[in-house]
Design a protein around this ligand. Structure first.
Ligand code: GDP
Length: 363
């Protein structure tokens, strides 16, 4: 599965968000084959397209695709120096595929702020500095290793040394993330192998007051920082979300309508996380079940088949495909066939977002 780690200073609303996510999520008992850590929550990825497909197919069952959120509490100034169990937290972040960085943008004198004032720019800098310092240490170690081999003229070592000295270390010395450095293909490949923290795709979750979605200078600050770094911002009121998630379905619909919202804000967080990871969805649709599956953007048909079962990949013959729009506008597979919108694709086919697929394979 794909994991998104939730980080941020103490008291910014991480646990509130995480608890809302887990309540909206799937009970651990529905995952008998994997252990879900206490600080991890598995949530269904909300996708209205699935309901539209199901309305045509009328299956017995529907299964959404999921992603995992991990609460990584305790990242504070000094973490990279091992303070406050800091190294453990950095290790937890290393295991995630993306980072959701919660930033406090709400005023509430009853909730103490660690630095005594609401200052999103300063808060973001504290966390990003710790991540950059951790990467700085990794890169310095790497440089020490590579210096000798570079002297002997090893081409790869020379290239890595130059990359570290000219691009990565100067950036990290300014406590800036490596993801903001422009790299060519070859450099990007070298950077991938370094497994740095500041290359992880990041979104800022601006935790605002109920009425803080507009004319909120704190939120504007977060947006400006994100734009500069090429990161995404999701504004949400975690406190409100924790109330929404407690309601039953009818009450929730009414409550959301009163607030003028189409859906819980959590959905935007989940979807943003999904997009951040460069994932998309294909569907399988039959009378038993309509199900959404996750693949990396660019995955081929056999790779997509492998998400269901490794045997599907090994024995892959062909994929029967109906694009999502065709499936809906022609009222399902038969209609799409009649309209000539049903395709048989081979092993090089690159799966498109929303494809409805039936795999043919040898067992
Ligand atoms: P964490 O330390 O980052 O996990 O922060 P918590 O989620 O425990 O939240 C710290 C305090 O802020 C709690 O008392 C929450 O009820 C409160 N809080 C969280 N989100 C909001 C919000 O959107 N608005 C307001 N007013 N309070 C919030």
């Amino acid at each position: 599965g794909f994991k998104c780690g939730i980080v941020g200073l103490p008291n910014v609303g991480k646990s509130t968000l995480f608890n809302a996510l887990t309540k909206a999520g799937i009970d651990a008992e529905n995952f008998p084959f994997c252990t879900i850590e206490p600080n991890a929550g598995v949530v269904p990825v909300p996708d209205p397209r699935q309901d539209k497909i199901a309305a045509i197919v009328k299956p017995e069952n529907q299964i959404a695709t999921t992603m995992e959120f991990v609460d990584i509490a305790g990242l504070v100034a000094g973490a990279s120096k091992g303070e406050g169990l800091g190294n453990q937290f950095l290790a937890n972040i290393r295991e995630t595929d993306a980072i959701a960085h919660v930033v406090r943008c709400f005023d509430d004198e009853n909730v103490i702020h660690v630095a005594n004032q609401i200052d999103p720019a300063a808060d973001i800098e504290v966390i990003n500095t710790e991540l950059a310092l951790a990467d700085l240490e990794s890169c310095e170690k790497q440089l020490q290793k590579v210096v000798r081999t570079a002297k002997s003229g090893d081409k790869e070592a020379v290239a890595l040394k130059a990359l570290l000295e000219d691009k990565l270390l100067p950036q990290l010395n300014e406590a800036k993330p490596v993801r903001a450095v422009s790299l060519n293909e070859n450099e990007a490949e070298m950077v991938r192998k370094l497994h740095l923290l500041t290359t992880k795709p990041t979104m800022y979750i601006a935790n605002v007051d109920e009425d803080g979605f507009e004319n909120n200078p704190h939120l504007d600050t977060v947006r400006a920082i994100a734009t500069e770094e090429g990161a995404v911002v999701v504004a949400i009121c975690n406190k409100l979300e924790s109330e929404i998630v407690e309601l039953d379905d009818d009450e929730r619909a009414e409550f959301l309508q009163d607030l003028g919202m189409d859906e819980p804000g959590l959905n935007r967080v989940i979807r943003a996380g999904y997009e951040l990871l460069n994932l998309h969805t294909y569907f399988t649709a039959g009378p038993k079940e309509v199900r959404a599956w996750t693949v990396k953007v660019g995955a081929t048909a056999p790779e997509a088949a492998g998400v269901i079962h490794t045997d599907f990949r090994k024995g892959f013959i062909r994929a029967e495909i109906v694009g999502y729009d065709d499936f809906i506008s022609h009222n399902g597979e038969q209609g799409a066939k009649d309209a000539g919108r049903w395709r048989l694709e081979g092993k090089d086919y690159v799966v498109q977002d929303g494809d409805v697929i039936h795999f043919r394979f040898n067992v």
